[in-house]
Design a protein around this ligand. Structure first.
Ligand SMILES: [Fe+2]
Ligand SMILES: [Fe+2]
Length: 312
């Protein structure tokens, strides 16, 4: 198995067997102090210090530029990064454990950096957007983080497939794809960190209180799943997402986005989901096998796979 430094592994998208592995050997019990060290070190040690200000944005041919500016979700993408960063900073600010706080604060920093990358790209290519930058601090930082984390689990799963499609179809030049590779891999790190944090945080509760925390996790996951199902349903119909900005843009990201970046080739939902599953596995394979994996989306999709052929 190839051993690379974590940063180098993140910069080699298709390096087979490239992994980040925790220095400590042996079994690590989920919820233990060792587990906390494992998932925090994963996030902290794989930090990629790229600077958005010096990203060399490639000059695009007129057709590629037109395709980029026509994508309908840049404003919601900027809003999402803003809200995600603020929600993560909120839980970091209320976390007593110094290592967990450091890791979540890094996560919040990376979300702010995603927003800057998007804004720089939007400015460079002259894309017109109207993001709503208002934000109300969450009254319950833990609940907000649970919702944000599970939301990222769903969105990242689809992003992995869309990104691969865009890469393979040549919809955008390779230089532009290369710019966003670290951003997509950071989302893989974020959801990996989040699911491990959730397991660890539950174990920190008194045995009598663990069911209540488990209930919160399930409720957060269910509300995010319900929202995404509504988006997907809105995207299939002829009036996709009509009536709400959120519905319009998320259906575009999940359903229309699939067709946008497939380069004109018809792609079934089933094929797209298979691609998302494969990309999810490939991106997660870069990290220590003892980390808990984000399983909600892969399990949901695998369970739905026999029925996906019915919806095209
Ligand atoms: Fe992000
Ligand atoms: Fe993220």
């Amino acid at each position: 198995m190839t051993e690379l430094t974590a940063s180098a592994a993140d910069r080699v998208p298709d390096a087979p067997g490239a992994v980040w592995r925790f220095a400590r050997e042996g079994r690590i019990r989920p919820g233990s102090e060792g587990h906390k060290q494992l998932f925090c070190r994963m996030l902290l040690d794989t930090f990629d210090p790229y600077k958005p200000a010096i990203i060399p944005w490639p000059t695009l041919a007129p057709d590629a530029l037109a395709r980029l500016t026509a994508l309908p979700f840049w404003d919601i993408a900027v809003e999402t990064e803003l809200h995600t960063s603020k929600n993560m900073q909120a839980i970091a600010d209320t976390t007593r454990d110094p290592l967990i706080r450091e890791a979540i604060a890094l996560n919040a920093f990376e979300e702010r950096r995603h927003k800057v990358v998007l804004e720089n790209m939007i400015r460079f290519y002259g894309i017109a957007i109207e993001p709503d930058e208002s934000f109300t601090p969450p009254p319950d930082a833990e609940w907000s983080y649970l919702c944000t984390g599970y939301g990222e689990c769903f969105d990242s799963f689809f992003s992995f497939g869309l990104f691969r499609l865009a890469k393979d179809s040549g919809y955008f030049p390779a230089e532009l794809i290369e710019v966003f590779e670290p951003v997509i891999q950071e989302e893989a790190r974020h959801i990996l960190f989040f699911v491990n944090w959730a397991v660890w945080a539950q174990a920190q509760h008194n045995v009598l209180l663990r069911p209540a925390f488990a209930g919160r996790r399930f409720a957060a996951l269910a509300t995010r799943a319900w929202k995404r199902m509504k988006f997907a349903k809105g995207g299939v119909g002829p009036k996709a997402g009509e009536g709400s900005k959120e519905g319009k843009n998320n259906s575009a990201m999940t359903i229309e986005g699939r067709n946008f970046v497939a380069g004109g080739e018809p792609l079934t939902i089933k094929s797209f989901m298979k691609l998302c599953l494969a990309e999810n596995d490939r991106r997660m394979a870069r990290y220590d096998a003892r980390l808990v994996r984000p399983l909600a989306m892969p399990r949901l999709v695998k369970a739905a796979m026999p029925f996906l052929g019915l919806v095209g």
